[in-house]
Design a protein around this ligand. Structure first.
Ligand code: SAH
Length: 353
């Protein structure tokens, strides 16, 4: 008898079956094994083999009977394959992963001291077209499913032979344009893979109403907002998608996020020499954030081929930091890792260069 598909993974609109098991909870998996005429405890075993042992084919689950394994072998778990892998001198590894439909996405594994951080993609490409970002230059294909997001974490865990401690949703794509699958992946990474909510960070350029909607889930994750400019005029130049969403509206929504979740917001600010890195920009930024439970993360620009922005000198970076500190703004500088492997922030473009 062929195995029955997961009831909970049937698309209610089209009644089409969405087969990958990856992303399903232990309750969903238990319901599914019971439909196959198996005892409930098989659900727990299936869960352990998918998430803890990282099995790539259901046919390899040795605790199941031979006959059942044969039936299961054709049912996809939802794992990708590694299409290409590039190791940077600092140990950061960039992966090009091939999905079931042939699309390629990028994922980065970043080892630091005792941590292993994974930078996951949420879309194939990105529609936001930020002027300084390689992903935006390549156009947009589609959203990733929850299994395709979770798979990236399991793949890095398997390749490093080390448990992933942190996940940042800062790869290709805009997470809040794929909120449903991002929320499902966050839940799975927390409850099934076992990563603490506080070790999960979602980075967004800001989509109207979506930050508030995210807040209403009352998660303990970290929200990072890509601000990049202290006023609307400059922000629109760098981020065309910011045009219909004024900076003051975005900041008001971020304040609501803090009120609803009790978590402070991180503001990412890329530093582009001569564009947004002057002391007056720092002062203007401090004014925007006054009285706000926030943290500013400065990201010196990582070069991409299509544009001729420059990374500021370290003196200029330090001068910017100094102004923010004088204004009592919590600030840190993120020197992206993996620069030599084109694995740093903004350099992900699904090519092997
Ligand atoms: N779409 C989301 C997440 C992806 S980008 C967002 O915009 O937040 C993750 C971070 O890398 C963002 O802050 C983004 O602005 C930044 N980034 C993009 N291109 C960059 C570049 N060339 N150098 C440094 N940071 C960059």
């Amino acid at each position: 008898m062929p195995a029955t598909p997961l009831v909970s993974l049937v698309d209610s609109k089209t009644s089409e079956i969405i087969p990958p098991l990856l992303g399903a909870s232990v309750t969903e998996l238990t319901a599914w094994v019971q439909q196959q005429g198996q005892p409930a405890y098989r659900g727990k075993q299936l869960h352990e083999w998918i998430y803890q042992k990282g099995v790539r084919s259901l046919g390899d689950i040795s605790v199941f009977s031979k006959q059942w394994r044969q039936e299961l072998a054709e049912i996809p778990i939802g794992r990708s394959s590694i299409h290409h892998r590039a190791v940077a001198p600092d140990g950061t590894i960039k992966y090009l992963l091939q999905l079931a439909d042939g699309q390629i996405i990028e994922t980065v594994g970043i080892p630091t001291d005792k941590r292993l951080t994974v930078c996951v993609s949420t879309q194939v490409g990105c529609p936001m077209a930020c002027d300084f970002c390689a992903t935006g230059k390549g156009g947009y294909k589609r959203n990733l499913g929850r299994h395709e997001i979770v798979d990236q974490v399991l793949t890095v865990q398997e390749d490093f032979q080390q448990r992933v401690s942190h996940v940042v949703f800062m790869g290709m794509g805009e997470p809040l344009l794929n909120t449903e699958n991002v929320l499902a992946a966050l839940k799975c990474l927390n409850q099934d893979v076992g990563i603490g909510q506080r070790s999960l960070t979602v980075s967004t350029v800001g989509i109207r109403d979506r930050i508030r909607q995210l807040a209403e889930h009352h998660l303990q994750i970290t929200l990072a907002v890509s601000l990049h400019a202290p006023n609307q005029t400059l922000r629109e130049q760098l981020i065309p998608s910011a045009r219909p969403y004024p900076l003051e509206d975005l900041l008001a929504e971020c304040r609501e996020y803090v009120e609803i979740t009790g978590r402070r917001v991180t503001f990412e600010y890329i530093l582009l020499a001569g564009v947004n890195d002057l002391p007056e920009h720092a002062l203007e930024l401090a004014k925007c954030l006054r009285g706000f439970q926030s943290h500013v993360n400065l990201i010196p620009y990582n070069p991409i081929a299509e544009v001729d922005y420059k990374r500021p000198t370290s003196d200029r970076i330090q001068a910017f930091v100094k102004v923010l500190k004088q204004q009592q703004i919590a600030v840190s500088v993120r020197y992206s890792r993996g620069l030599e492997a084109d694995a740093a922030c903004g350099q992900l473009r699904a090519s092997k260069n």
